[in-house]
Design a protein around this ligand. Structure first.
Ligand SMILES: [Zn+2]
Ligand SMILES: [Zn+2]
Length: 303
């Protein structure tokens, strides 16, 4: 099954009529993961038809308002809708007292499990049987993390014709699925590769916002299927990008190329530019498979 990413907001700093600020929602096998939560995110979730009760994990990259001001309203709405299941929040530890202060009057009826981020080194922050989430430090004006969502390698499938041909029992099937060869009564060895079909290739998605050009993240992003990298400015404003802790479209593409990613999507655009065609063209000169996102864009990763 696929990962599906929906861009809820693609602007930087200020929400506009056409563009909300940063928020993405990732569907991993019908489990939904919210990445950043700008003002108005709960409205965007409704517009995109995401069921609130399917959201159990929220990742906040950093504490600039365009990445988390929507969280308070969303948490309050969850409570008003009768939410009972716990909600996991992954964020800068300094968010915790803010949540406590704001939610103090709201009688939140569900547990909030707060997971402070590590801004010094990469860290696995969520690990399940089928995928993991790793946070990794970015370079911005405030402590900031990117997030890597990575599916785990899938088990091989056993060939149906092999089951019939060798009359395999359950114990033999389990053993072959775990990598063993088959030894026949005659002593002949049938190699595992003749008995199995490789599992589907695991897929991955990485979110990098906000950050200035940062080559240290390239190894973490190596070969990801889909990379979102902020591109607040165009190359002619590179100095401004550096001084404000942001990247240009060209720099995002350089990172994508060096990391050999499958597809690059760029966003977090400054509203100083009339449209983002220039951003996409600039990035494509370095990395062809680049798309400048709009709110509502969807990307299916894998099959
Ligand atoms: Zn931002
Ligand atoms: Zn920021």
């Amino acid at each position: 099954m696929a990962f599906t990413l929906t861009v809820l907001g693609s602007n930087s700093a200020i929400p506009t009529i056409k563009r909300f600020a940063s928020a993405h929602v990732l569907n991993i096998h019908e489990r939904f993961f919210l990445i950043d939560c700008s003002e108005g995110t709960q409205i965007r979730l409704r517009t995109e038809g995401v069921k609130f009760m399917h959201l159990n994990h929220v990742f906040i990259s950093h504490l600039h308002g365009d990445h988390f001001f929507g969280l308070f309203g969303l948490l309050s709405t969850f409570s008003l809708l009768g939410r009972k299941q716990a909600l996991n929040i992954y964020a800068d530890a300094r968010l915790k007292p803010m949540l406590d202060a704001v939610l103090y009057m709201h009688e939140i009826a569900y547990e909030i499990v707060f997971n402070p981020l590590n801004f010094k080194e990469p860290q696995v922050i969520l690990d399940s049987n089928t995928f993991s989430v790793t946070s990794f430090p970015l370079k911005h004006r405030l402590p900031c993390c990117g997030f890597l969502f990575k599916e785990k390698p899938k088990q091989v499938n056993i060939r149906k014709d092999a089951i019939v041909k060798y009359n395999l029992n359950v114990k033999e099937i389990v053993s072959i699925k775990n990598g063993s060869d088959l030894v026949l009564e005659s002593g002949e060895i049938i190699p595992n590769s003749e008995l199995t079909i490789p599992g589907q290739t695991p897929v991955s998605y990485a979110y990098c916002s906000d950050t200035q050009y940062l080559e240290s993240i390239i190894p973490i992003l190596k070969d990801v299927d889909l990379l979102y990298h902020e591109a607040t400015f165009t190359a002619k404003d590179e100095k401004l990008a550096k001084s404000t802790g942001h990247s240009t479209a060209e720099q995002a593409a350089k990172i994508a190329k060096a990391a050999n990613v499958g597809k690059l999507i760029i966003g977090h655009f400054s509203s100083r530019y009339k449209n983002n065609d220039g951003m996409e063209a600039e990035a494509r000169k370095v990395f062809e498979n680049t798309f400048a996102v709009k709110d509502g864009d969807k990307f299916v990763i894998g099959k």
